[in-house]
Design a protein around this ligand. Structure first.
Ligand code: SF4
Ligand SMILES: [Zn+2]
Length: 274
């Protein structure tokens, strides 16, 4: 399926999650009415063809009215009326009536992407997500009842975890997301760069996952066979210590993402695949 992602510029997300750097390209004010449909129009004009699936990601929650004005929903739905599937992102606590409003305006189906991050009972509260697993499960249940699909973002090696825990809890979190009805889990290797994570790194409370941990998390989560699992391969070099195997491993992850089939690991004579 052809898929495109449009990154919308809008007001900064009101949450302040510890590991998030999405505020870097946001605004302090709500955008004027009509600005979001205009952004979508502009982005679509850059594409050669109309994709079957379109993701409207806004570095926050689509259902936050300070980010995406409710009165823009009809024009937005009109903009993407060609798409069979529309994906938006939202914090679990903002999933409700507005999701139904958008669903009813769309020609295609709606899917909501929610950041689960981790199901680790002590670390989830420390991420400042300000939700409990029950909130996530309730939002997922609401979406399921309303025939709206759901996908989840899961961190590979959240802060305060070592490499082994990072892998173990990524897979447990994917299992939880699938049990809540997710059809897709996206595995996000936790990155520094937002200031807070860099301070944790200095204090020895966070280190990014190794590439091998991301690879293993993807394999194990695919092997759950509960739904599709994708590894985020953006800036993958951050997680690699070896230029000899990086491109081959990037390619392998890409193939795993596309096929959902496990390939043999890359045997690297220099780093041994760490
Ligand atoms: S809710 Fe999402 S976008 Fe907002 S701060 Fe948290 S992780 Fe970032
Ligand atoms: Zn190597």
């Amino acid at each position: 399926m052809n898929s495109a992602v449009i990154l919308l510029t809008n007001k900064e997300c009101p949450w302040r999650c510890l590991m998030c750097d999405l505020w870097q390209n946001t605004l302090t004010q709500t955008v004027p009415l009509g600005a979001i449909p205009q952004q979508i129009d502009y982005a679509l004009a850059q594409l050669n063809s109309k994709p079957e699936q379109i993701k409207l990601y806004n570095s926050g929650s689509f259902f936050d009215p300070a980010a995406i004005p409710l009165s823009d929903y009809p024009a937005i739905a009109d903009n993407v009326s060609f798409a069979q599937h529309v994906v938006v992102e939202a914090h679990p606590r903002l999933v409700g009536e507005k999701a139904l409003r958008l669903r009813d305006l769309l020609s295609g189906s709606l899917q909501v992407a929610m950041g689960l991050e981790t199901v680790h009972p002590e670390i989830l509260p420390r991420l400042n997500k300000k939700f409990e697993l029950a909130h996530f499960a309730q939002a997922a249940d609401f979406l399921r009842r309303e025939k709206i699909a759901m996908r989840a973002f899961v961190l590979v090696k959240a802060p305060f975890m070592n490499e082994t825990e990072g892998l173990e809890w990524a897979v447990k979190s994917a299992e939880f997301a699938f049990a809540c009805g997710a059809t897709v889990v996206s595995l996000i290797p936790t990155r520094p760069g937002n200031g807070a994570m860099d301070r944790l790194m200095k204090a020895g409370e966070f280190a990014p996952p190794r590439l091998a941990t991301l690879e293993r998390a993807l394999e194990l989560a695919i092997n759950l066979r509960q739904g599709r699992v994708f590894a985020d391969t953006w800036n993958l070099e951050q997680f690699s210590t070896c230029s000899t195997c990086l491109e081959k491993r990037r390619q392998r992850l890409h193939i795993l993402n596309l096929t959902q089939e496990i390939l043999a690991t890359i045997d690297c004579p220099v780093c041994g695949g760490l």
